[in-house]
Design a protein around this ligand. Structure first.
Ligand code: GDP
Length: 198
């Protein structure tokens, strides 16, 4: 995908503050500190667009971005940060669920998983919930620069059998830039945008 522009539009917590649904939308979800911001920044070739932070659990808002004024990317707040205050933890689920259920422009949820970690209970609950509501999703294993090829392929197998998937699992490294094209392909397929643009 040729990136001509990538812009932050706004942050919101409630549907009345979401931007208009003029563009097809792709949402990014994952545990705090999984590498979600790094992945979004790498996709749009813009360091610092999505916040990257060494303090997990800081981003508690839904952040909306546009790419080339033709696609909307949404950074959902990271889940599962045990040290976040309980009040904030309790707000996360309903905020994310509301967005995922109500957003008509939503085409795909990219769920980011750390290749080095076992799939967590929170990840599994999210996948089950997405399956139940028939919301299209795609798991992406990140930080693959940290593991061997063998470990990567056995982790891919694990995730596929865990989720009952037949499609290949996407893999990514923000450090090496590996896997970016495949993620763009999945995005363009989900949005039915012209794949010759990649
Ligand atoms: P977020 O909280 O999910 O948005 O995670 P960040 O993008 O802020 O990344 C959390 C930490 O993981 C940071 O220290 C990043 O530098 C690191 N990180 C993110 N992606 C990768 C990757 O692909 N490989 C490696 N080795 N580190 C990564």
């Amino acid at each position: 995908m040729k990136i001509l522009s990538a812009k932050f539009i706004k942050s919101a917590t409630a549907p009345e503050h979401y931007p208009d649904e003029a563009l097809p939308e792709i949402a990014f979800a994952g545990k705090s500190n999984v590498g979600k911001s790094s992945l979004i920044n790498a996709l749009v070739n813009k360091r610092g667009l999505a916040q990257t932070s060494s303090t997990p659990g800081r981003t508690r808002l839904i952040n909306f971005f546009t790419v080339n004024d033709e696609l909307s990317l949404v950074d959902l707040p990271g889940y599962g940060y045990a040290r976040a205050p309980e009040k904030i933890r309790n707000q996360w689920g309903p905020m994310i669920e509301k967005y995922l259920l109500q957003r008509k422009a939503l085409r795909l949820v990219i769920v980011i998983l750390d290749v080095r970690r076992e799939i967590s209970q929170e990840d599994l609950s999210l996948f089950e919930w997405l399956q139940f509501h028939q919301i299209p999703y795609s798991p992406v294993l990140t930080k693959i620069d940290k593991v061997s090829k063998n470990d990567l392929s056995s982790q891919k197998k694990n995730i596929r059998s865990c989720l009952g998937l037949i499609d290949p699992i996407l893999a990514f490294s923000a450090v090496k830039g590996t896997g970016k094209d495949q993620i763009w392909k999945a995005i363009l397929k989900a949005t039915k945008m012209n794949q010759t643009e990649t």
